[in-house]
Design a protein around this ligand. Structure first.
Ligand code: SAH
Length: 458
C-alpha cells in the first residue's frame, strides 16, 4: 500500500538522516516510513531538507543544509557535473561507489529475489575510474552565433558546449575538438533542431583500446556535405590513428541519433579492437561495449563461472556481436549464439571467422523463440549464458531453461532488479544461485553490471 504523504510541499525537515541511494543516485530519507528522494545526499549523512514534491507513496526534496558529512563525500572533479547529468555519483569517493553498488545488489537480492544468503562479492572496480569510455557521441548546434558541441542540459534540449568529458578517452575529446574547429572554420552549418535546418547534427567517435584505431562518424541532415574533401583532408592531417571516416545521413525530425544511410567517405569501414585475445571488427552501427577494460574483467568472470573443460555445448542468449560467445568458444566444444538484431549476428559471424573460431553458430531472432526451437531440434546446452537488456529474460526463455536443464547457468545482467526477479524463477525451478559478482563497467554512474553463477540441483 502506498502511503499518504506525511509532509507537504515547501515544508522543511530540520534533521533528515539519509540511509540509502536510489538506482539513479538520489539520497533516501524516510519520514514515518514515507521515502523522500534527495539529490546530492549520501548514505550516512544528515541535513535539512526542503520538500519540493509530495506524491502518494514518495516525494522529492532538496538538500538545504548538510550537517553530518559522509566520509565518502568528495568534490566532483568535473566542472560541468551538476549541469550534465551523465554521471550521478561523482560527489562520492570511488571506494564509496563500489560499496554502494554491492550493497544495492545485496538489497535487491533479498527484497526482490527473496534470496536471503546468496553470496554477493565486493564490486570489482577499476584502478583508474576516469577516462574509460571508448565512444563519444555529441550533439552539435548553434548558440549566439557560435558553433557548439557537447551535451544536452539536464531535462532540456539546450546544448551546452563542452571541451572535455573526464570519463571519455582523452583521444575522444581531442577528436571532437578537431571536428568542431575544422567544421566551424569551413563554415559547415550546425543543425538547428527547431527549424530542422543546417548540416551537422552529431559527431560520433570511437577509439579502440588495444590498437588505438580511431573512427569518426559525421551525422548530417542532408547527403550533401559541403567541403567534404577539405574536411577529410584536415581530419586525416590532424588525427593520429584515424582509420575510418563515415558519413551517416539522418534527414528525419527525431531524437534518434543515426539515420539509415551510412557511407564510408574515407578509409576503412571498420576499426579493430581486442578483448583479451579475441579480435573484433567494429562498424559505425555495431554495438560494442564502451568500457573494454572492464568488459574483459566481466567476461573472464563469466568464463570462470562457466567452468568449461572443452567438452561442453554452450548457448549464449542475447549475444550481441558475439563477444561472450567467442570468449567461451575458446574453451568449449560448440557455442550457439542468438540475438534479435540481424546486423549484430552478421558481425558475430564475421568476428568468429576473423578469429578462426569455427565451433560457433549464430542465429538472428528472439531468444525466447529460437532457443525453444533449438531444444525441439535436440540441441541441449551443458552451460547456458544469458545477457539480456534491462528488462531481463523473457518468461518463455526461463521456462525453456528449466525444461532443458543445463548444468550451469551464467547470468550476466545490467539490471540487478530484473536479475533478482529471474533468479527467483530459476531457484523455484531447481537451480541454486552460487555467487553474484558485481563488476563496475560505468564508474561515476549508478549503473552496475553483475555476473551470477547458478547450478542445477542434483
Ligand atoms: N552479450 C552481448 C550483448 C548484451 S546487450 C555483449 O556482451 O556485448 C543485450 C542484447 O540483447 C542486445 O544486443 C539486444 O539487441 C539483444 N536483445 C534484446 N531483446 C532480445 C531478445 N528478445 N532476444 C534476443 N536478443 C535480444
Amino acid at each position: 500500500m502506498s502511503k499518504k504523504a506525511p509532509v507537504k510541499k515547501n515544508e522543511y525537515i530540520e534533521e533528515a538522516t539519509f540511509e540509502d541511494l536510489t538506482h539513479d543516485g538520489n539520497g533516501v530519507t524516510k519520514v514515518d516510513g514515507y521515502p523522500l528522494f534527495v539529490p546530492n545526499a549520501l548514505p550516512g549523512e544528515t541535513g535539512k531538507v526542503k520538500v519540493v514534491k509530495a506524491s502518494k507513496g514518495y516525494g522529492f526534496g532538496r538538500l538545504a543544509e548538510l550537517h553530518e558529512k559522509s566520509p565518502h563525500r568528495q568534490d566532483p572533479p568535473c566542472p560541468i557535473y551538476h549541469e550534465c547529468g551523465g554521471c550521478q555519483i561523482q560527489h562520492m569517493s570511488y571506494e564509496g561507489q563500489l560499496e554502494a553498488k554491492a550493497k544495492h545488489v545485496r538489497d535487491v537480492m533479498t527484497r526482490i529475489g527473496k534470496l536471503e544468503d546468496v553470496q554477493v562479492h565486493p564490486t570489482l572496480g577499476m584502478e583508474e575510474p576516469w577516462r574509460y569510455r571508448n565512444k563519444a557521441q555529441v550533439p552539435v548546434g548553434e548558440k549566439e552565433g557560435r558553433f557548439v558541441a557537447g551535451f544536452y542540459q539536464k531535462r532540456s534540449h539546450e546544448i551546452i558546449d563542452m571541451d572535455k568529458c573526464i570519463i571519455q578517452y582523452e583521444k575522444n575529446d581531442e577528436v571532437i575538438q578537431q571536428v568542431k574547429s575544422i567544421c566551424q572554420r569551413l563554415g559547415i552549418r550546425p543543425y538547428d533542431e527547431e527549424k530542422h535546418r543546417g548540416t551537422l547534427r552529431h559527431i560520433m567517435t570511437r577509439s579502440a583500446y588495444e590498437t588505438g584505431e580511431v573512427m569518426v562518424v559525421l551525422v548530417t541532415r542532408t547527403p550533401d556535405l559541403p567541403h567534404k574533401n577539405k574536411i577529410i583532408e584536415e581530419l586525416v592531417q590532424n588525427i593520429d590513428g584515424l582509420k575510418s571516416i563515415i558519413q551517416n545521413v539522418n534527414s528525419k525530425k527525431t531524437n534518434v541519433i543515426m539515420g539509415n544511410q551510412t557511407q564510408v567517405i574515407w578509409g576503412e569501414e571498420v576499426i579493430h579492437d581486442y578483448i583479451g585475445d579475441i579480435k573484433f571488427a567494429i562498424s559505425a552501427r555495431s554495438f560494442y561495449q564502451v568500457n573494454p577494460e572492464q568488459t574483459r574483467v566481466l567476461y573472464e568472470k563469466a568464463l570462470e563461472y562457466a567452468d568449461l573443460s572443452g567438452e561442453e555445448t554452450v548457448i549464449d542468449a542475447y549475444c550481441g556481436i558475439g563477444t561472450i560467445s567467442l570468449f567461451l568458444a575458446q574453451k568449449a566444444k560448440k557455442v550457439y549464439g542468438v540475438e534479435i538484431v540481424p546486423e549484430a549476428i552478421e558481425d558475430a559471424k564475421q568476428n568468429a571467422a576473423l578469429n578462426g573460431l569455427d565451433n560457433t553458430e549464430f542465429e538472428a531472432g528472439p531468444a525466447e523463440v529460437v532457443i525453444p526451437n533449438w531444444y525441439d531440434q535436440g540441441i541441449k546446452a551443458d552451460v547456458l549464458v544469458v545477457d539480456p537488456p534491462r528488462k531481463g529474460c523473457d518468461e518463455a526463455l526461463l521456462n525453456t531453461i528449466l525444461a532443458m536443464k543445463p548444468k550451469k547457468v551464467v547470468y550476466v545482467s545490467c539490471n540487478p532488479a530484473t536479475l533478482a526477479r529471474d533468479l527467483r524463477v530459476l531457484e523455484d525451478g531447481g537451480y541454486v544461485t552460487k555467487e553474484v559478482q558485481p563488476v563496475d563497467m560505468f564508474p561515476q554512474t549508478m549503473h552496475v553490471e553483475c555476473v551470477t553463477q547458478l547450478v542445477l540441483k542434483v
